[in-house]
Design a protein around this ligand. Structure first.
Ligand SMILES: NC(=O)C1=CN([C@@H]2O[C@H](COP(=O)(O)OP(=O)(O)OC[C@H]3O[C@@H](n4cnc5c(N)ncnc54)[C@H](O)[C@@H]3O)[C@@H](O)[C@H]2O)[C@H](O)CC1
Ligand SMILES: [K+]
Length: 494
């Protein structure tokens, strides 16, 4: 799969169970667990020296477990190097094991220590090392930890800089969920990249993620997902043109939708397909929508009902249909949905098309569906929280239930297909949190599908490309200033 991307660009994302297995194997090989904690602390120390070499004070928030143990050793290294470091001790019980060994080292060199509560009155602009909770956290942080996390985030808002050890405290390393979470400028995560950092709330709390392997054992364990970093689009231009090509080389996309009141959705989708490089694009919609669409973009073909059935906009059965943007759920939308199914073309299904899918049986062509968590919950008959608490499984269940390639949209998107390792793509772009972003996505994915043929490849590249262009657009226009259709002008910007 995904030959166009190449496995080299897809990195593995693991759950906590896998990290524990690797840890145990590494400890067994080395015959001791403490050296790995020392390597973890040294890695953090190096990043602080490199990124924050100033004379700012450094605060270490240390819990009672081994995540806290890492923090304690970081404090020792910083103190020995002459930094102004204070450790706030949040352990509730006497430390044991490696965390205790670390604590004894700290005591031997007299690092200043204060009780955790004192941190709530701390108001200096500092570098904060979050070593409260790591992969051993259970449930939401206790109230006292939540207060420490809130205060750390408050200091960061007022000019502080936060480095999270392994995982931002409060973030579930498996699900990316959490209520009160450290917002980290940098997360130095150990051994392998963790799924919870890359999905759900994770990406919004981890502004930069660095992976330190700590010379851990190299086990071939199953990955929860692959990750396609944004950097892929620095060198890869999707849907490139060839010298000996013609418009037929790049396929035909037909957008069906845009009922009264929702014409803009279908217009944006068709425009996106055209801008993303589809050879020809047709829009089948209400007459008034066609008029508006042609005024905006005469390169598309516009057909209204008076000119024939939806099938009249196709160019043979290799056409890609986009069904859903502005479809509505009234009689008109139902009719278009049924007509589209009978065309047996490859179909990108979104929005109202997904609502209709839940109540009808799809016997049409191959599907890519693009639900957000609310639509996924509706399609699976579960709550939105259940979807958010296991996005990978929700995407996989949808793929199985609807025999479709699924783009489960979110801060990052999860792309799933039966028999494939899911792929997580994207990075946070708050500018996308507005109506129309999904309509633009459907058009881009359809154009990619016309180009790449393979639905999974098209979904991964299309979702990643949409996100990358949106971030570039927001950098110039601002999150509030950008309209979804404007990101199309950034599809080819390097
Ligand atoms: N050599 C090593 O052992 C290495 C460990 N690494 C680091 O270790 C952590 C995982 O450590 P672990 O002790 O298993 O768990 P944590 O420190 O993350 O958490 C346990 C700690 O937290 C308390 N606690 C649990 N849940 C809550 C909660 N909801 N609210 C408040 N407090 C909670 C619990 O009582 C314990 O005190 C890993 O992330 C690494 O940072 C490194 O990998 C290096 C080698
Ligand atoms: K942490």
């Amino acid at each position: 799969m995904i030959e166009r991307i190449g496995q080299g660009h897809l990195t593995g994302l693991y759950d906590v169970a896998a990290v524990r297995q690797i840890e145990q194997a590494s400890f067994a090989i080395e015959g001791d667990s403490f050296p790995m904690m020392e390597r973890a602390a040294y890695a953090i120390y190096r990043h602080i020296c490199h990124r924050q070499p100033s004379t700012r004070p450094i605060v270490v928030l240390a819990g009672g477990g081994n995540n806290g143990g890492d923090g304690v050793l970081v404090a020792v290294l910083l103190h020995e190097a002459g930094f102004d470091v204070t450790l706030f001790d949040a352990a509730k019980r006497p430390r044991t094991g490696d965390a205790l060994l670390a604590w004894e080292k700290l005591r031997a060199v007299n690092v200043p220590v204060q009780p955790a509560e004192a941190f709530l009155a701390y108001d200096r602009s500092a570098v904060v090392v979050d070593a409260l909770l790591g992969i051993g956290a259970l449930g939401h942080p206790s109230a006292d930890f939540a207060a420490l996390i809130d205060h750390c985030n408050h200091l960061r808002q007022s000019g502080g800089w936060t480095l999270a050890v392994d995982v931002p405290s409060g973030l579930n390393a498996n699900t990316g969920s959490g209520s009160t979470i450290i917002e980290a400028d940098m997360v130095v995560t150990f051994i392998v990249d963790k799924i919870g950092l890359r999905i759900n709330k994770g990406p919004a709390c981890c502004h930069e993620i660095v992976i330190e392997s700590l010379q851990a054992a190299d086990l071939d364990l199953p990955q929860c997902a692959h990750f396609l970093a944004r950097s892929f689009f620095r060198t890869f231009q999707p849907c490139t043109r060839y010298g000996d090509s013609h418009k037929g080389t790049y396929g035909h996309v037909a957008v069906l939708g845009g009922d009264h009141g929702f014409g803009g959705a279908a217009i944006m989708s068709s425009e996106a397909a055209a801008r993303a490089g589809a050879g020809t694009v047709a829009l089948y919609s209400r007459g008034v929508t066609i008029g508006a669409a042609l005024c905006r973009n005469p390169s598309i073909m516009g057909f209204d009902e008076a000119q024939g059935e939806p099938g009249s906009v196709l160019r043979g059965n290799s056409s890609i249909i986009v069904l859903g943007p502005g479809l509505g759920r009234l009689e008109w939308g139902h009719r278009l949905f049924d007509a589209a199914a009978q065309l047996h073309c490859r179909t990108v299904l979104d929005a109202d098309g997904l609502r209709l899918l839940a109540s009808k049986h799809w016997e049409g062509g191959e599907l890519i569906i693009t639900p957000h968590p609310g639509e996924a919950a509706f399609l699976l008959g579960i709550s939105i929280d259940e979807v958010l608490n296991d996005l990978i499984s929700a995407a996989e269940q949808l793929a199985q239930k609807y025999r479709a390639v699924v783009i489960l949209k979110g801060i990052t998107s999860v792309i799933a297909k039966q028999g494939e390792v899911p792929v997580v793509v994207g990075a946070p772009c708050p500018g996308l949190a507005r109506g129309g972003s999904g309509d633009v996505l459907t058009g881009i994915v359809a154009a990619c599908w016309a180009y790449y043929q393979d639905a999974f490849t098209a979904a991964v590249i299309g979702a990643g490309w949409h996100n990358d262009a949106a971030i570039k657009c927001a950098q110039e226009k601002g999150d509030i200033g950008m309209f979804p259709q404007e990101l199309l002008m950034y599809l080819q910007k390097s």
